[in-house]
Design a protein around this ligand. Structure first.
Ligand SMILES: Nc1ncnc2c1ncn2[C@@H]1O[C@H](COP(=O)(O)OP(=O)(O)OP(=O)(O)O)[C@@H](O)[C@H]1O
Length: 238
């Protein structure tokens, strides 16, 4: 991998605080790292360490106080609102702990919502099969299990074939077996579509399936390593 590829996503001395005066809290206190194209990267760290804040800044839905983020050499802070919107639409997919599906649209239609945002979307029927949802495609969200609903939300995020898939605790609301199914799906998607995946999790075991492990504590990076002993999601245990 070339030096440029290693620096597909570059984060440099990122700082972010909330509030002012006595209630001011510095949440990100100077973070620098880079993520390679196609890499599966996890952010670990205790509650309040700034994982979601960092993910939201990478996702362009919050902004840093200083430092920068660049994608393929383009700095987010140099983008005007129009380009930032394009960046979010074209290059980013977001998966949350809660599925946020539209209740009166069926599975296929919920995924199509994501496709409208792109002019280079994936074939929806093929994606439904990859997601294991083809036979459920006419069902409404309330006719699905939690794991199936999360599959739909992953489909909605991935259908525009984003360069980067951001996942914030995607298995946080799921039981052990369903969590593993979802992790296997994310692993398949990473392999098949080669998107860069960044996943925030509390679950230490998930680091074992990642290419790149970043641990945060008190707004700083405490650990930043490439995982040389990566194992399949199937073999994870916790
Ligand atoms: N919009 C906001 N306004 C004020 N404080 C905020 C805001 N967003 C986050 N914070 C604070 O920033 C700190 C870090 O929050 P963040 O959600 O990034 O942590 P986290 O590591 O993702 O935590 P968790 O694992 O519990 O989700 C917390 O103390 C939180 O209260």
């Amino acid at each position: 991998m070339s030096k440029e590829e290693r620096k597909f996503l570059e984060i440099a001395d990122l700082r972010k605080g909330f509030g002012s005066g006595d209630t001011r809290q510095e949440v990100l206190r100077g973070m620098s790292f880079s993520v390679a194209k196609g890499e599966f990267c996890v952010f670990l760290g205790p509650s309040g360490s700034g994982k979601s804040t960092l993910l939201n800044i990478i996702g362009g839905i919050d902004s840093a106080d200083s430092g920068y983020i660049s994608i393929n050499g383009d700095k987010l802070e140099d983008m005007d609102e129009k380009r930032l919107t394009q960046y979010r639409r074209k290059h980013l997919g977001y998966v949350f702990q809660m599925y946020n599906l539209i209740g009166n649209l069926n599975v296929k239609e919920n995924i199509e919502v994501g496709a409208y945002l792109s002019d280079a979307s994936l074939d929806i029927d093929e994606l439904l099969r990859t997601l294991g949802l083809y036979e459920h495609r006419h069902k409404l969200p309330n006719q699905l299990s939690g794991g199936q609903q999360q599959r739909v939300s992953i489909g909605r995020a991935i259908v525009k074939n984003p360069d980067i898939l951001l996942c914030d605790e995607p298995t946080g609301a799921l039981d052990y077996n369903t969590s593993k199914e979802i992790l296997k799906l994310i692993e398949d998607i990473n392999r098949k579509y080669q998107n860069t995946i960044i996943m925030v999790t509390h679950n230490e075991a998930i680091k074992n399936m990642a290419d790149h492990i970043i641990k945060l504590r008190d707004g700083k990076i405490r650990y930043n390593e490439i995982n040389k002993k990566k194992i399949p999601a199937e073999d994870l245990e916790w």
